[in-house]
Ligand binder design. Sequence first.
Ligand SMILES: NC(=[NH2+])NCCC[C@H](N)C(=O)O
Length: 410
Amino acid sequence: MSEITRPIHVKSEIGPLKKVLLHRPGKELENLVPDFLERLLFDDIPYLEDAQAEHDAFADALRENGIEVLYLEKLVAEAIDAADVKEAFVDEWLAETGVQSEAMLKALKDYLLAMDDTYEMVLKTMEGFRKTEIEVEGGKSLSDLYETDYPFIVDPMPNLYFTRDPFATMYNGVTLNHMYSDTRNRETLYGKYIFDHHPEYGNGQVDRFYNREESTRIEGGDELVLSKDVLAVGISQRTDARSIEKLAGRLFEETEFKHVLAFLIGENRKFMHLDTVFTMVDYDKFTIHPEIEGGLKVWDITPNGDGTVNIEETEDKLENILAEALGQEKVQLIRCGGGDPVAAAREQWNDGSNTLTIAPGVVVVYDRNTVTNKILAEAGLKLIKVRGSELVRGRGGPRCMSMPLQREDI
Ligand SMILES: NC(=[NH2+])NCCC[C@H](N)C(=O)O
């Protein structure tokens, strides 16, 4: 077993989790309004106080299992302070807000730079700005004024507590992602500052396999490290096939991955990412949402050895494809909701398939998905149940809410 010597070390989905990155939901959730939920990829408005209590309990459950919990907002502030790049950060953040008026841009910049505490400033950039918060004398631009019923100068970023998506860890590096939506693309700036400037994670200490400036999309919820040899990536509402091909070529050069399996799960809000319908929970066990099984197509991408890749459509059943790729005699697919289509649909919607595996056979799940949880327990898995009544309103579960930084090899 190799020792962990690099700040990012992730060679599986199930190796004992040592260090994980979370974001504690903050005031950005108090800037969700019913008329603009869709634009911000939310389905409902969580009660912040309870969402935070649930999130703290999730973090405590991880700590109780020996996992070190780091927070995105803290790393970003540390990165900015260490490299003394507050103004550069604010300028880049402003450039991505969509604000057009020079006077408003200046007012926002002055407001943020006047905040001495970098951590509080970072939280404010996540929260967004309501129109009532900042007044500028004159100098308004037509483009800022015409959306009169829109209550924000700068949108909040309510999806930040889904740290799984804006970047994804594998081997000793990350893909810093180009996201599907404007609202989530802004989140990747925080990753950029961490991986450019943080004393422990910046300055080339973490490999970079994908960049936020690239033109095609990819999100972390679609990226699953099945083993040190095999990466699975969803072709989904959020991830383009072309991104997978590019990424595979780079990974074959820079890591020991030997296969990238591309899973076509279709473009659908309810199955936005591969990890909403499929996760790995043990050496030979996976959760799956039965609705995607039927038409699922999987392509196997392998290196040709000359810098190019070979792509082949697999013909076999998913069980056999996975068993072969992982060198198992056979694997078990555990169906969300059992065979019952009503339970399956309800519990998938509430992230019943979105398990976070913290060691082989040990998973963190929402307590609310009682039908699926019973089946997981019957399959021999150890369940750590957390509450997610408020957290689930953003459509994400334990896997979406966590980004592994270090896992032990298995
Ligand atoms: N890895 C995941 N499944 N993340 C879920 C993200 C949910 C979020 N509201 C979005 O639509 O982007």
